[in-house]
Design a protein around this ligand. Structure first.
Ligand code: PMV
Length: 336
């Protein structure tokens, strides 16, 4: 048996990825730019065990649902093919997100799983191959392999070999903050893969979204290079609203917002009029994240906490890339 444990933090896109150029290989049509978080994340222990008949997944101490297990197993089948091993795998994974938060965990989950399983299987440490594997699990997962501010280009190669993450700013090199305003999740949400595929197939706004994304990414990359916070904030909001507009234009339409989402957006925009510089972004769920600078954190947190329906506000800063915690090999499991 061999085992390995890895940790990865979640990441939030400032310039969004929404739409795939290849659904089988999970290749994005759009480039994206994200911040890897400092606290919210996943720790995963993987054990390759020749005695297991099927893969196993324990999520926060409880056996996972059939759906989660089969998604993971399909992913592990591809890792087994690439790595040339046959053993089934036991995966124990813990998210430190507040329970039932409705915050996406697939990016940190697949980044941690990819790192742990490749080490447990004794595959070499090639970072590009690791990014390619993580991407097969979730399109945003390669970004969680690196810390700080990270760009992921869509690439053009049919096999995805040029779709690789690149660190733009190391953690600690630019002190910006992201406030995660946890809102009450609605019961029914459309998962990101289904949502982006429906948008691509049926939204007349999708082509405009793609064109806008290319320009937004260029503007954001320059703003990051110049450490121009306001330009980065403005283009962050634009990218978010353009992505959601394209999704709302799908058939049937996709709405991720609820009234608390909108109340948070309005508050942040009103505060901006009075000189408090926060900029919002929203993913495939109702929570609002606010990009800001350290000096405005306290005012923003207090104001957002005052909105009815906000459960918690978590302060994040640019955090570390995925890390291997330990890896070991041992003899065959003892009987019983
Ligand atoms: O990687 P996925 O399938 O969870 O998709 C991520 C989609 C968004 O969170 C909405 C945007 C992004 O770039 O993270």
């Amino acid at each position: 048996m061999t085992t390995a444990t890895a940790e990865a933090k979640s990441n939030i896109a400032l310039i969004k990825y929404w739409g795939k150029r290849d659904t089988r290989l999970n290749l994005p049509s759009t480039g994206s730019l994200s911040m890897t978080l400092s606290s919210l994340g996943t720790r995963t222990t993987v054990t390759l065990d020749g005695a297991l008949e099927s893969d196993e997944l324990v999520l926060n101490g409880t056996p996972a649902t059939e759906d989660a297990l089969s998604r993971m197993s399909r992913f592990l089948d591809r890792v087994r093919r690439v790595g040339g091993f046959r053993e089934r795998v036991r995966v124990e994974t813990d998210n430190n997100f507040p329970t039932r938060s409705g915050l996406a965990s697939s990016a940190s989950g697949f980044a941690a799983l990819s790192l742990a399983v490749t080490h447990a299987a004794g595959m070499d440490d090639d970072p590009d191959r690791l990014a390619g594997l993580a991407r097969l699990g979730s399109g945003s997962a390669p970004r969680s392999l690196l810390g700080g501010l990270v760009e992921l280009q869509p690439g053009v190669a049919p096999d995805g070999s040029d779709c690789l993450p690149r660190q733009l700013v190391a953690p600690g090199d630019w002190d910006v903050r992201l406030l995660v305003a946890m809102n009450t999740p609605d019961e029914k949400e459309v998962g990101s893969s289904d949502g982006m595929e429906r948008t691509r197939r049926s939204s007349p706004l999708y082509e405009g979204w793609l064109r806008g994304n290319r320009v937004d990414l260029e503007v954001a990359l320059k703003a990051v290079r110049d450490r121009d916070f306001h330009t980065l904030g403005r283009v962050t909001e634009a990218s978010c609203f353009r992505m959601h507009a394209a999704a709302m234009g799908a058939d049937p339409p996709i709405f991720y917002w609820n009234p608390v989402t909108l109340a948070t957006v309005r508050l942040v925009r009103d505060l901006r009029e009075s000189g408090v510089a926060g900029y919002v972004t929203i993913d495939a769920g109702p929570h609002v994240k606010v990009l800001c600078r350290p000096g405005d954190v306290r005012t923003l947190v207090e104001a957002i906490r005052g909105i009815k329906g906000i459960r918690q506000v978590i302060e994040e800063r640019p955090g570390p890339g995925a890390e291997l915690i330990n890896a070991s090999a041992s003899g065959p499991a003892s009987a019983g």
